[in-house]
Design a protein around this ligand. Structure first.
Ligand code: ADP
Ligand code: MG
Ligand code: ZN
Length: 469
């Protein structure tokens, strides 16, 4: 209706301070969610603005929107952001003190609560007290939406399966008639079908962006076929990616000016993913010897040290972070110019996700994997280990009944990751095919294969001919 549209536009401008919608898809998803006529599935790449798809309707409709989010840190970010916009929001999670919890609950028990968005964890959602709360809100006609953010956590066809998410579907009955909104950056159609099934969503309207991101340049380097030591090769690449492209005029000026003026100004940030804590620390040391300052980030660091690293990186004090995959989820930095994987991810879904942290601002960014035969072996070893654990669990009582499929997903994701690295073809197409994205066309200029098929083929052949160490 006209009134709804007017409200939509004024909330977008006055509360969220955006001039327009970020994309056609964001616009369409918001409109559909605003109508509250059906469940909605939104798959947009990281950074595309999925939060707005439910936050704007939550503000427009009033009442309470419950949001499930996988990490307390993610929730805190969202809440801080919303409070800056004067949107009242709260969280109920295990990190609250008793006083904090009662304050939130007492507002929710009011006739007209001030809370617009309530962030909870999947773990918390499964508790009796939360079920009671949801039932009470629903009975009082206060529930506007039930939102599942990072919805891929409910399926092992995604890249971050969390068993806690499996219980969410059972809340469906408690809030019958309330539209459910599932959001994810996963473009995987298998994941999509499974998410809809697990969350028991009905009459779903889906908004899918597809996998292709035209500002990302993907390539693969074989460590054994470089013209330099791999670490040096990578350091040079990072430096290049972080050095802004100069215009001809600027270059000319520089030539005329003093030669010593080659103190390069860096711009943007880089993430280098390594497999282990040790590898991160060693890489930081190696990078230092070639003049690249970087910080290490992994689960072995104390929490405050991790926060410090993250803050220094976010504020551009240190442009390069060398991290394990513990780093990145929910991090919203627009100008990540390069994501390097020092070895491939365990599966292609995870790789797409991690590499996708580059270039959220839409500007040219680079995603590179350094690969070798020994990386392949190590990876195979880890994946087999994970599969072994699942097989063990199948024999035990704790089994979720999903293990067999999970094993299939692990195996498939691993094989496709290796194919991605070892088959000379458009990297964008490899990704699109993996996700069953029907729109799989060669990129022509956004990957190593399309820009130089000959040398990419040669590199792969050389790699294949190398005997296993
Ligand atoms: P996602 O959850 O899809 O990864 P977010 O919801 O975190 O993305 O949004 C990413 C960034 O995009 C945020 O900084 C957000 O403020 C910004 N954003 C969202 N919608 C718009 C818009 N319509 N115009 C401009 N920026 C937007
Ligand atoms: Mg998000
Ligand atoms: Zn290509």
């Amino acid at each position: 209706t006209a009134e709804l549209k007017e409200k939509r536009d004024s909330v977008l401008a006055e509360v969220f301070k955006h001039k327009k919608f970020k994309s056609r898809l964001q616009f369409n998803a918001v409109n559909c969610i605003l109508k509250r006529k059906c469940d909605v599935y939104v798959s947009l790449p990281t950074g595309a603005g999925k939060s707005l798809c439910y936050q704007l309707p939550a503000v427009v409709h009033g009442g309470i929107t419950v949001v499930v989010s996988p990490l307390i840190a993610l929730m805190k970010d969202q809440i801080l952001g919303l409070r800056k916009k004067n949107v009242t929001c709260e969280t109920l999670n295990s990190s609250l003190t008793n006083e904090e919890r009662s304050a939130v609950l007492s507002d929710l028990n009011k006739k007209n609560p001030n809370t617009r968005l309530l962030y909870i964890t999947a773990e918390g959602a499964a508790t009796d007290s939360m079920k009671k709360l949801l039932a009470s809100l629903h009975k009082r006609n206060l529930l506007s939406y039930f939102v599942v953010d990072e919805a891929h956590c409910v399926t092992h066809w995604g890249h971050d399966f969390r068993p806690d998410y499996l219980t969410l579907g059972s809340l469906r009955d408690i809030c019958s008639g309330v539209p459910w909104i599932a959001l994810t950056a996963t473009a995987n159609t298998k994941a999509k079908d499974d998410i809809i099934l697990q969350l028991k969503m009905a009459h779903v309207e889906a908004f899918n962006a597809g996998t292709y991101r035209d500002n990302l340049f993907y390539d693969v380097c074989m460590k054994d076929y470089l013209n330099a030591a791999p670490e040096k090769h990578m350091a040079a690449f990072i430096t290049k990616c972080l050095t802004p492209q100069k215009t001809a005029k600027e270059l000319c000026k520089e030539e005329k000016g003093a030669r010593q003026a080659n103190v390069k100004k860096m711009s943007g940030s880089a993430i280098i993913y390594c497999r282990s804590r040790n590898e991160c620390d060693n890489m930081v040391t190696t990078l230092a010897t070639v003049g690249v300052t970087a910080l290490s980030y992994h689960a072995g660091l104390p929490k405050n040290a991790r926060t410090e690293v993250q803050e220094k990186w976010m504020s551009d004090e240190v442009p390069v972070v060398v991290a394990t995959i513990a780093f990145g989820m929910g991090i919203d930095k627009p100008d990540v110019r390069v994501v390097v994987h020092w070895s491939p991810s365990q599966n292609l879904a995870a790789y797409y996700q991690e590499a996708g942290r580059a270039g959220r601002d839409g500007k040219r960014s680079f995603c590179r994997i350094y690969h070798s035969k020994s990386d392949r072996q190590t990876l195979n070893f880890h994946v087999s280990g994970d599969i072994g654990k699942l097989k063990e669990r199948m024999k035990k009582k704790k089994a979720t009944g999903k293990e067999e499929e999970q094993i299939k997903a692990l195996q498939n994701g691993f094989e496709k990751m290796i194919d991605y690295c070892e088959t000379p073809q458009c990297r964008h197409v490899a990704i699109a095919k993996f996700f069953d994205d029907s729109d799989a066309r060669p990129c022509s200029k956004n990957c190593d294969f399309c820009t130089d098929p000959k040398s990419t083929k040669r590199m792969t052949e050389n790699y294949q001919s190398l005997s296993v160490p």
